[in-house]
Design a protein around this ligand. Structure first.
Ligand SMILES: Cc1cc2nc3c(=O)[nH]c(=O)nc-3n(C[C@H](O)[C@H](O)[C@H](O)COP(=O)(O)O)c2cc1C
Length: 322
């Protein structure tokens, strides 16, 4: 279970930093893996309206969005956007990231592709400002709602605080600790007892990626999917991406990982090997199945389609069993 925090304040150790860190600490207590993106420290160029994303689903700007942030947004189970109020809106740094979410919006609404995680992913807003203004959070709430929809997360609401101005004000707030504890518990509750299944193949570029995506799409509320390879490729296989798109399934921004890398942060309940057999790490005390599927790398598109269909069939049976 990955909780991704987008820390939108440029102030070092400021109020937003405190609020998001408290949120992430609670999430870790409940077993989540957490990543905080310090947005101000990233190279994120504001949207230039090239409109290329609306045609091919990718933004051509070469910066940290393409290097890491699109991929993190796709991996997260919960995305938390945290911002101080700047002129009734988010900080410019966070807004630049939000606007670049347009590429994911285009994949969904223009290209009609389904991100396998979008049905279950959740989005939450943390915001604070100096004044008592009645409408202080109206702007950021609307922005958050549409941002989360664009990047494939259901908007679950917000924790907002007025009269927070100087560093330390947030920490001194009388209810912040219990607010955060309760909110995190409620938000993570659906993710906590999911079974973890690790799909493993040689390169983590085709078979295990497809299996993980199908399971995530059909049963992401019951199963947490992990995937890895015994010798991971540099990138996922473009032919695999194409045949998954034929099923409406969006595989963009996925990256191959080694089994060892997956095991650094997660311990699966079950492992399904798909052709890496003895090279796939032995993990004691977990269920293991071998699907023994042929490696489609370097083969024709029809070969890839057959492997995809076989995986889909097996995944549906597996979910009934689990
Ligand atoms: C450029 C700028 C604009 C701001 N605009 C507002 C505002 O419109 N309303 C408000 O209540 N506070 C406003 N503030 C105050 C901050 O929201 C407040 O100091 C907050 O605690 C800063 O959080 P941080 O420590 O996480 O950066 C503004 C501050 C700055 C620097």
């Amino acid at each position: 279970m990955l909780v991704l925090g987008l820390q939108g304040s440029p102030r070092k150790n400021g109020n937003t930093h405190f609020l998001l860190s408290s949120f992430m600490n609670e999430a870790e207590k409940l077993g989540a893996r957490t990543i905080i993106v310090e947005v101000d420290k990233k190279n994120i160029i504001p949207c230039k309206e090239y409109y290329i994303c609306e045609k091919d689903g990718f933004c051509p700007i070469d910066d940290d969005m393409n290097k890491e942030i699109y991929s993190l947004l796709r991996q997260a189970d919960l995305i938390v956007a945290a911002t101080p109020i700047f002129f009734y809106g988010t900080t410019a740094q966070l807004k630049a990231l939000i606007d670049r979410g347009q590429a994911l919006w285009a994949r969904r609404y223009k290209l009609k592709l389904n991100d396998p995680g979008r049905k279950w992913r959740r989005g939450f807003l943390l915001a604070l400002g100096a004044t008592k203004g009645q409408n202080l959070f109206q702007g950021v709430s609307l922005t958050a709602k549409y941002f989360f929809d664009a990047v494939g997360a259901g908007y679950e609401g917000s924790l907002t605080y007025r009269q927070i101005e100087n560093p330390g004000d947030m920490e001194k707030h009388p209810t912040v600790h219990e607010d955060v504890e309760k909110t995190v518990k409620d938000l993570l509750e659906p993710f906590i007892n999911r079974k973890k299944i690790l799909f493993a193949c040689r390169e983590n570029a085709c078979r295990s990626q497809m299996a993980a995506a199908f399971v995530q799409y059909v049963a992401g509320d019951k199963v947490e999917t992990l995937s890895g390879g015994s010798s991971p490729a540099n990138r996922i296989n473009p032919l695999m991406v194409e045949v998954m798109q034929e099923k409406g399934m969006d595989m963009a921004f996925r990256k191959p990982k080694s089994i060892a890398e997956v095991m650094e942060t997660d311990r699966p309940d079950m492992m399904i090997t798909m052709g890496c057999e003895e090279q796939c790490a032995f993990i004691p005390d977990i269920k293991r199945q071998n699907w023994n599927l042929p490696d489609p790398a370097g083969k024709s598109i029809d070969f890839m389609r057959n492997v995809r269909d076989e995986i889909e069939k097996r995944v549906l049976n597996l979910i009934k069993e689990v």
